[in-house]
Design a protein around this ligand. Structure first.
Ligand code: NAG
Ligand code: NAG
Ligand code: NAG
Ligand code: NAG
Ligand code: NAG
Length: 249
């Protein structure tokens, strides 16, 4: 009686486990591997399949080669014999993929709910304003994508920077997420959906004190500034000299 109960519970667990749908997100154009392990297939099965929205894509039986029924150009049966690779996923491939034993007894093995998403567009970090003194710096910055943006103010003292105001993240018009945060004295913009992300990064000190480094732009600026100064000083001297010469005449 207790053995019957245990078997009953195991059977229930098996059914409950096998009906759980695994939700996955795949980027448009990417490949996707549908997995089922040999251990999941009951020993005496004579026919099992991978289905897409209830229609058979590939058929397997123990003693013959797998038969690809649909999606023929894009399906590759992997050497594991039960796993299938679907190439170059498109929006029309969104749906339910089910591994199922048909004979001798029908039984669902595993199920995927596949959502195909376009890769997110690039994100750009821009500074709207900078006001810096020797010891503090206030930055207004924006992360923008093709359809949304998020702005924030960042305040730094000599030691630390923190995000003063503005939301940390927003949901964009296309349903992706746009996130701005600080990490190791950098500002990071992250545009992401469940299948992809893009980012842009700015180093705060470059915005606050643009010429503390030895970049080419800074060197050129310094040289131009020095040359300008020399010309100005020479001009002042020149005028002075000419005045003197004029008086002596
Ligand atoms: C199937 O297995 C492969 C290799 O272990 C893995 O890369 C892939 O993400 C798995 N697919 C799913 C839908 O979990
Ligand atoms: C699959 O996921 C979509 C959302 O991405 C949802 O609308 C649908 O109900 C899910 N289907 C199943 C059978 O879980
Ligand atoms: C930010 O988005 C708002 C609308 O949400 C728009 O009016 C504004 O022009 C955008 N700013 C930038 C810099 O793209
Ligand atoms: C961007 O966000 C995605 C999704 O949350 C995450 O996987 C990724 O690591 C993030 N990248 C950066 C640079 O923050
Ligand atoms: C994130 O940004 C860094 C530097 O800007 C770049 O090297 C990296 O490729 C980016 N990663 C992604 C996934 O866009």
């Amino acid at each position: 009686m207790s053995l019957f109960l245990v078997t009953g519970i195991l059977f229930f667990l098996k059914i409950a486990g096998s009906t759980a749908v695994i939700h996955v997100f795949v980027q448009t154009g990417a490949d996707f591997i549908l997995n089922v392990t040999e251990a999941e297939i009951p020993p005496k099965s004579r026919l099992w399949v991978w289905q897409f929205n209830g229609a058979t894509m590939v058929e397997f039986s123990p003693d013959s080669q797998p038969t690809v029924v649909s999606h023929t150009e894009r399906i590759k049966v992997l050497e594991k014999k039960y796993c299938v690779k679907l190439r170059n996923l498109q929006k029309s491939d969104m749906g339910i993929y089910t591994a199922k034993v048909l004979l001798s007894k029908e039984q669902k093995l595993t199920e995927y709910n596949v959502t195909v998403q376009d890769p997110v567009s690039p994100v750009y970090l821009t500074t709207d304003s900078v006001s810096s003194t020797f010891s503090t710096c206030n930055l207004a910055v924006t992360c923008s994508t093709d359809d949304s943006n998020i702005s924030s103010t960042i305040r730094c003292d000599k030691q630390n920077c923190h995000q003063e105001k503005g939301p940390g993240s927003v949901v964009t018009k296309s349903g992706a997420s746009l996130h701005m945060y600080l990490s190791h004295s950098s500002i990071i913009c992250n545009h992401s959906n469940q299948a992809s992300w893009s980012n842009d990064t700015g180093i705060i000190v470059h915005f606050c004190h643009p010429c503390t480094d030895l970049s080419v732009v800074c060197l050129v600026k310094k040289v131009l500034f020095s040359v300008g100064l020399i010309i100005m000083v020479s001009a002042v001297f020149g005028v002075h000299l000419m005045e003197k010469v004029g008086k002596q005449k």
